[in-house]
Design a protein around this ligand. Sequence first.
Ligand code: ADP
Ligand code: MG
Length: 733
Amino acid sequence: MIRLEGVSKYYNTDNNVVLGLRRVNLEFKLGEFVAITGESGSGKSTLLNVISGLDKYDEGELYVNGEETSYYSVEEFEQYRKQYIGFVFQNYNIIDSYTVYQNVMAALMIQGYDPEKRKARALELIERVGLTSHKNHRASKLSGGQKQRAVIARALAKDCPVIVADEPTGNLDSETGKKILELLKEVSKDKLVLIVTHNYEQVEPYATRKIRMFDGEVVEDKPIKSVTPYEAKPTISSKNISPLDVLKLAFVSLFSVPKKTFLVFITLMFAFTAIASIYSLNEWVKNLGSINNYNPVFRSNFEGRIVVTKADESAFTQTELNDLLNKSKVQSIIHNDILLDQEFQVSSNGMFTYGTLRPYFGQSLPLEEGRMPEAMNEIVLYPNYYGEFYRVGDVIDLSYAMNNRDGFYLNPATSYEMTVVGLLKESYYNYVGVVHPSFFNQGITNTYNQNNLMPAYAIHQNMLITVNKSTDNSQVLGLMKNYIFIDDTLPDGQVILSKSFYDILIAEYTTLANLQAQTFKLTKPAIKYSPLKTVDIQIIGEKDGDVWAQEVYINKQTYMDLFYEGPYQITLLTNDTFDARQVMNGLGSNYVSVHPFEYVGYDYGIGLGGLIGFVYFLVGGFIYIILNLVIKSIIQSRRKDFVIFRSIGASKSDLRKLLSIEQALFNTFGFVLSFIPLILMNIYIPQFKVMRYIPILMYGVFFLIFLLVLLSINAKFANKLFGKSVITTLKSE
Ligand code: ADP
Ligand code: MG
């Protein structure tokens, strides 16, 4: 079955060539039990290794079933080993982290044994070597004799025609050694058994033939007993391990070294968490920068605010407003958006302070005391000035204050009575208080104030009266809005002027006049308060009053005709930046929108983008180094296992697959585990908003990047490991 013809083998060491085998001629048949003896260094192991295809030979020819092997490739030798050879070595080459059962099972999987009969076969083999009671024990826990028996069971699992055993009893006491030999003899009647031994006497009773080596040569070859020859018929499939079996093996391997596996899981868990956190951190830092920053265009630049105008600059219709309110993530609409950027004054008992108002629409704001506003006339105050002066339950006056933007001073005599229902914990210097959104949308702020007309849309508007001189050209007189008064007893389009004003006008001009609303336009972003509007009025009389005041009385309808056409700019309220961005993305081309919170860019010297890139680089590099170390140590600690896998017939490509699947499993488990710290962070440090800004797709990207990194690290170490021949690796163990 196996025939060697003039086989020689040399070892090239650093400075000379060592003889391993010299012109060996031998022939072996099935049914033989061959004892190979000789002094140490005489070439016994070399002979076994050459026969079993673990080592190459330099001269002569090794025939297997008459076929030449000198031109075999590495893969062909792998196949040969897989189909023909079962190994039993002196050092009980067994996978220590596996149980006896797993060791035997691995051999059955690798040879592609029928999955349905596998388990029964494994148990039968374990029974045969007398280890049934130890089948679920880890190999590392077994005694030497037990290990050797497990190895024999595994060798038999392959059901291959040749069993090579290199000093299988070398490390055993003579009693145990004898039992092992008995076992080998008993289980291998139809096989070729080649046993290298120092102790010929021990093997002699079982041997059918004795070979003695000396200095690489066969110096004695004598039959001891007659042999019943068998036909060679390798029964092992030459397929690779099935993908399912690779997966099973990967699972077994991971859980056979739970501590190391756990270490990788934890490493990956932290790695994923770190990368996800940096992603969120970027947003967080941006937000921190924005909160207290003075925004030159928008005084109210809280996170959830979106300022919207129409692309064609026309007013919003009620249908459009309803559609916008119904969009998901939109919590509320403020029609009189401009009020958000208006300064208000909070006063009581002669104390006062200024700031913008912030609407409460369910967003999380930290309360020191009380509750958030639920009605139009309720207010929650920011603390640092008010905490000492105001208490929950106090009634304060809220009034328009000077507008910083264009220096308009609005008469603070107009005020709303508001009840303080809560005090906030945090202070932002821009804000004076938090009110219910209905405050901004109420009729009174929408249109005008009694005696002091201040429609939200008209805050930045002025009024002009154009009168026609009877003889001359037209004359224009400017008028501040706070000199316009509502008198609903007047008919539409008719006005009464204060006495002195009337006298001037009527003395010189006609009673016909054009009243105009003058707009103030801001540039970017698309903010437009009102278009220029003209209404014809007729001056019908005069009114007693301040002699010097230029006052105009008109009815509400006329006022509305002049100033109110509907909202041109609104604010959509959403919960935070994340929602705001989503809503803005879904607005479509009919609208122009701005997110005041992000309206001003921030400069951190090297730029936030660069800084974050640098952080990614640092953390990523650190993670890479750690993963390298961990994976390297794991793969190296399993070198022996891989050699054993190969010696029992797993090909390099099988093992590469196994390793890759292990990495994929590591990655998957680490990824899933990373949601634990992420979710905990979400609960316990909500302001950090980790995960909030990570789109689902991004998780996929993280997962893939980590998988690629793991696979590349893995490939690096696998190449090193598999670059060496099986026997070199085995010998170095
Ligand atoms: P035995 O098993 O009979 O003790 P070996 O087959 O291991 O003998 O070794 C035969 C000869 O080959 C010895 O001189 C040994 O030093 C040498 N040899 C074995 N393996 C190597 C190797 N990998 N590199 C160099 N020399 C080796
Ligand atoms: Mg040896």
